[in-house]
Design a binder for this molecule. Structure first.
Ligand code: XMP
Length: 514
C-alpha cells in the first residue's frame, strides 16, 4: 500500500532530520532527499507536500544549491524554511540580501492568524531564528504573514499557489508553536489524512515480511541493542521459527547483559524463534591480549564478530534472508538521502559477513527514526528496559577500557558501571541523562585503604546530555550522587582506588574514551 508522503528537500542545514521527524510526529510519513534529486523523480513520488530546508549558503550566489522554478509549479504545496524560504523568493522573483544584523536565537514573531499556517496560534509567539541573509522583497503574488523587529518577512504566502515561506525554524523546540505550525502545513495546506501510525506500521510490516519470506529461512545477528531487538521481534512475529537469532557474547558486554538478552530471546522467553548464544569471551580476550591501540582493538572486535557469526551461519547452512537493524538516520547519513552526509563508518561493528550464504537482506526498520523504533518496540510488547536502553557501542567495553583489555579489567569496569547505573536510576536521573557509563583508565596510582598502601586503577565516570550524540554536554549530577557512587565503587570493586568524573563536552572530547 502506498502511504501519503511529504518530502523534505535537503539543502544541507543542520536541522534537516529534525524536520522529517516533526512531520512524522504529526502522523504523516516523511522522507529526505537531496536538492540534487531530479524533478521527474519527485513528480513520480507524487508527494502530498514538499518542504525545502535550511542550509548554510546564500541563495543569490552562483554556486549555491538551488531548485528549478518548475518545483513551485507542480500544484504540490511547498513550504520553504530559512534557506528554503529565501530560495523560494529568489527563484520566484523576490529579493534576498545580506541582513544588516545577523538574527540568531529566540525571537518574538508577530503572525497573521488568518494564514493557514498560523491558525490557532497566538498573534505573538516565540520562534527560533538563525540567519544572516533576509528576504528584503517578497516574490510577486506573495503577501507577508509574519514579521519580527529585525525581520520584515518572517513568513510569506501565496495561498492560491499553495506556496509558503518561513524564515524561522518551526522544527526546533525553541519555536514554541513550531509543532502546530508544521501540523497546520500538513493538514490545512497539504490536506494529509495522517495515516503514519506505529500500530499500522507493525501490522503492515508483519504482512509484508510474511509475503516476502514465504517459507524461507531467516538469520539475524542479535546484539541486544534496541534496533536489532526490535527487528528480531518483528521477524519472529512474522515468521516464527523460520527465524534464527545468533547472539555473540564477546565478553565485552555490561554486567549480566548476556543473561538478560538470553532471558528475553532464549527458549524461556516469550518469543517464538530459534536462539543461539555463542559464548566467545575467551576467544576475544585471546585476540585482544597485548593490543592497546584503539583502532586496532575496534578492528579485532569487529572482525572477530564476523568470524564467529560466519561459523554459526555455516552450521545453520544456507538461509534465504539476513536481517539488518538499519534505521533511517543510517540511510541518510550514509549519503543515500539528504545532503548532510556524515559518515559514521567506525560505528559499524564490522560490516557484512563475506561467507554467509544468503540471498537477500531484510531491513525492516529502514524507514524509521530511533524514537519510532522505540514506539514499534513498545507496540510489539518488548520490555521497557530493553526499548529505552541507552546506546551501547558495538565494540562494547573494549573501547571503555583504555589500553589492553583483560578479563580482570572487564570485571572491574562491569562492576563499577553496574554500581553507577544503579545509583543513577535510584536518584531518578536515568531518563534525563542520555548516556552514562563507567570506563577504566589505564592509570594506576598510590592510595591507602585501612592501614594498607594500595596501587590500583582509576575509574572514570561519564554522563552526557545530548540530542543527536554528535555534540554533547557533560551532565550536572548532584555531588551527593557522585560521592555515593565513588564510595561504593571503591568499597565494592576490588582493584580500584580512585574515581574521576569526566567534565569534558563533545567537542572537544568524544562520548566514548577510545
Ligand atoms: P563518540 O564516542 O563518537 O560516540 O562521541 C557517539 C555515540 O556513538 C556510540 N559509539 C559507537 N557505537 N560502534 C557503535 O555501535 C562504535 O564503534 C561506537 N563508537 C561510539 C557512542 O556510544 C555514542 O553513543
Amino acid at each position: 500500500m502506498k502511504r501519503e508522503t511529504v518530502i523534505v528537500i535537503d539543502f544541507g542545514g543542520q536541522y534537516n532530520q529534525l524536520v522529517a521527524r516533526r512531520v512524522r510526529e504529526c502522523n504523516v510519513y516523511c522522507e529526505i532527499y537531496s536538492y540534487k534529486t531530479d524533478i521527474e523523480q519527485i513528480k513520480a513520488m507524487n508527494p502530498k507536500g514538499i518542504i525545502l530546508t535550511g542550509g548554510p549558503n546564500s541563495c543569490y550566489e552562483e554556486d549555491s544549491p538551488s531548485c528549478t522554478r518548475e518545483l513551485f509549479e507542480l500544484g504540490i504545496p511547498v513550504l520553504g524554511l530559512c534557506y528554503g524560504a529565501q530560495l523560494m523568493m529568489h527563484v520566484l522573483g523576490g529579493k534576498v540580501e545580506k541582513a544588516p544584523v545577523r538574527e540568531y536565537g529566540k525571537t518574538i514573531v508577530k503572525v497573521n492568524t488568518e494564514s493557514r499556517l498560523f491558525q490557532g496560534i497566538e498573534e505573538e509567539t516565540t520562534c527560533w531564528m538563525s540567519h544572516f541573509d533576509y528576504i528584503s522583497k517578497v516574490a510577486p503574488g506573495f503577501e507577508i504573514c509574519a514579521s519580527t523587529d529585525n525581520c520584515p518577512v518572517a513568513a510569506a504566502q501565496n495561498p492560491d499557489r499553495q506556496l509558503y515561506a518561513i524564515q524561522f525554524h518551526p522544527e526546533v523546540l525553541h519555536t514554541v508553536r513550531g509543532k502546530e505550525i508544521l501540523s497546520n502545513y500538513v493538514y490545512n495546506v497539504c490536506h494529509c489524512s495522517g495515516d503514519w501510525k506505529m500500530d499500522s506500521f507493525v501490522e503492515q510490516s508483519i504482512r509484508a515480511i510474511r509475503e516476502k519470506v514465504g517459507d524461507g529461512k531467516v538469520l539475524c545477528a542479535l546484539s541486544g541493542g534496541v534496533d536489532s531487538s526490535v527487528a528480531a521481534v518483528l521477524l519472529s512475529k512474522a515468521v516464527g521459527k523460520q527465524l534464527t537469532c545468533v547472539f555473540v557474547d564477546h565478553g565485552l558486554l555490561r554486567k549480566n547483559e548476556g543473561d538478560e538478552v538470553e532471558a528475553v530471546f532464549g527458549p524461556e522467553g516469550p518469543y517464538d524463534l530459534n536462539f543461539i548464544r555463542v559464548n566467545a569471551q575467551e576467544r576475544y580476550y585471546k585476540k585482544l591480549a597485548g593490543v592497546t591501540e584503539p583502532e586496532a582493538k575496534r578492528k579485532i572486535i569487529g572482525e572477530e564478530f564476523i568470524r564467529v557469526f560466519e561459523e554459526e551461519a555455516k552450521k545453520i547452512g544456507a538461509v534465504d534472508y539476513l536481517v539488518q537493524g538499519t534505521i533511517y538516520p543510517d540511510v541518510v547519513e550514509s549519503g543515500l538521502g539528504g545532503e548532510s552526509a556524515v559518515i559514521k563508518s567506525h560505528h559499524n561493528v564490522g560490516g557484512l559477513p563475506d561467507y554467509v550464504d544468503f540471498k537477500e537482506i531484510i531491513e525492516p526498520l529502514r524507514d524509521l527514526f530511533k524514537d519510532e523504533v522505540r514506539k514499534v518496540g513498545l507496540e510489539l510488547g518488548i520490555p521497557e528496559y530493553l526499548v529505552f536502553r541507552q546506546p551501547f557501542p558495538g565494540p562494547g567495553l573494549g573501547i571503555r577500557i583504555i589500553g589492553e583489555v583483560t578479563a580482570e579489567k572487564v570485571r572491574i569496569v562491569q562492576d563499577a558501571d553496574a554500581i553507577y547505573r544503579e545509583e543513577i536510576a535510584k536518584a531518578g536521573l536515568d531518563k534525563e541523562i542520555n548516556q552514562y557509563f563507567a570506563a577504566l583508565t589505564n592509570m594506576r596510582s598510590v592510595g591507602v585503604m585501612g592501614d594498607e598502601r594500595t596501587y590500583d586503577y582509576a575509574v572514570a565516570l561519564r554522563a552526557v546530555k545530548t540530542i543527536d550524540f554528535m555534540t554533547a554536554e557533560s551532565a550536572e549530577i548532584p555531588y551527593e550522587v557522585l560521592n555515593k557512587v565513588m564510595n561504593r565503587i571503591i568499597n565494592e570493586v576490588k582493584g580500584v582506588n580512585r574515581v574521576f568524573y569526566d567534565l569534558t563536552s563533545k567537542p572537544p572530547g568524544t562520548i566514548e574514551f577510545e
